[in-house]
Write a protein that binds this ligand. Sequence first.
Ligand code: AMP
Ligand code: MG
Length: 487
Amino acid sequence: MTKSNETGWNFDNSYARLPKSFFASVNPTPVCSPKLIILNNQLAASIGLNAQSLQSVDSVAVLAGNKIPEGASPLAQAYAGHQFGHFNRLGDGRAVLLGEQISPQGERFDIQLKGPGRTPYSRGGDGRAALGPMLREYIISEAMHALRIPTTRSLAVVTTGESILRETELPGAILTRVAASHLRVGTFQYVAQWGTVEELRILADYTIERHYPEIKADENRYLSLLREVIKRQAELIAKWQLVGFIHGVMNTDNMTISGETIDYGPCAFMDAYDPATVFSSIDVQGRYSYGNQPYMAGWNLARFAESLIPLLDDNAERAVEIAQKQISEYNHLYHSHWLAGMRAKLGIFNEEKEDEVLINSLLKVMREHRADYTNTFRTLTSEKLDDIDLFGTQEFAQWHKLWLTRLDRQQESKSSSQELMQNSNPAVIPRNHRVEEALEAAVEHGDLSVMEKLLNVLANPYVHSDEHAEYSTVPTSTIPYRTFCGT
Ligand code: AMP
Ligand code: MG
């Protein structure tokens, strides 16, 4: 079943053994002239691949979809999704899963090519991706990983040597994405809607085996599955909120069952603190604004629960009750992760009832003064309260006094508090203007050095060093930053 070779590919294809209606077998469409742009050496090594050998002509042909590695069984996955609230039949329209790489440690990773040409699910699309957006996904997903946020990762980007047509002609590229799996809320919705109950059970059992083996023997393992997914998502969304990450397109097809962040289309990090912040050009209603993300995750999880109903209980009414009860846990779970994370951001170890008031009053003044989210916490961490306008205000001075007295009411020393804050407040995030600058150099001028330097800095976001300072400056442009989907 598994094969090895010099590069270290060691595929198993468990997804290809699932019912045929779950996917379509399809090979990537070959491209004319593949060229490796960037390779993630550290990730390669961690999944058992030889980074040197991945750069060979043969390996680059694999990363471009021109060659199928030994043992792989390429396929496009079927799924559905609520896109901005509207239910649609979807599927990998511009992605092909090569197979699952089994690492030397026995871990299983999906290896997926993003942008490999048309599949049976492409609808009107060309199945292709442009270099800029693929490099953007590489930068931001790797930054998220370094921020200790569960995420799909980026192994490589290759250019195809072919142009693709968007508003203008753009260089075509393929990203190799590595994920715990690509199972989504939308995968369950698809089978619940168009498959049989038996198929739904097969999908749920497969998911449990792959991501939650510890619940296999539970009395109602499908209820346990729902509970575990809710737990992971509550934790994930709290982590997004704590670093100011805005996903931008939290449709149910973009929410994983593993609890990893997926789909780096229109995402971006918030600069000035404002819960209403939206970057995506198509999110005109603010459905996926920063402040709405926790609610939207709850909404998506309710869709997941609905799709599991036939498995939860033989009595439909009881199944709905069980699902609702479980879903109601989400708010509480999310909130406790967020609160714990905020306490850590402020150097607080023990719990006091009034902590939330203290946290919210800081956020309130930050909002009023449009204070930069990351830099406010970063500066509180460093104690040099000079370079942020907010710190000169009376409201802040009042808050600061309360905070210092709060810190005095715990046993831990000032230095442990500071250490906790350093570990909880990134000094650098992928600032939008820095990401754009790196992409422009790479795409317009073929200069990858700007991106490499940025990636190096983003690899250690909790190191508060002076050389990082230039990556912490806020954008000077007064034009709101805009991001785009499906590019
Ligand atoms: P996304 O907004 O990236 O989550 O994509 C939503 C759906 O559109 C997915 O089913 C994608 O596979 C599909 N899609 C996006 N871009 C393309 C493209 N260029 N060609 C074909 N399908 C696409
Ligand atoms: Mg998607």
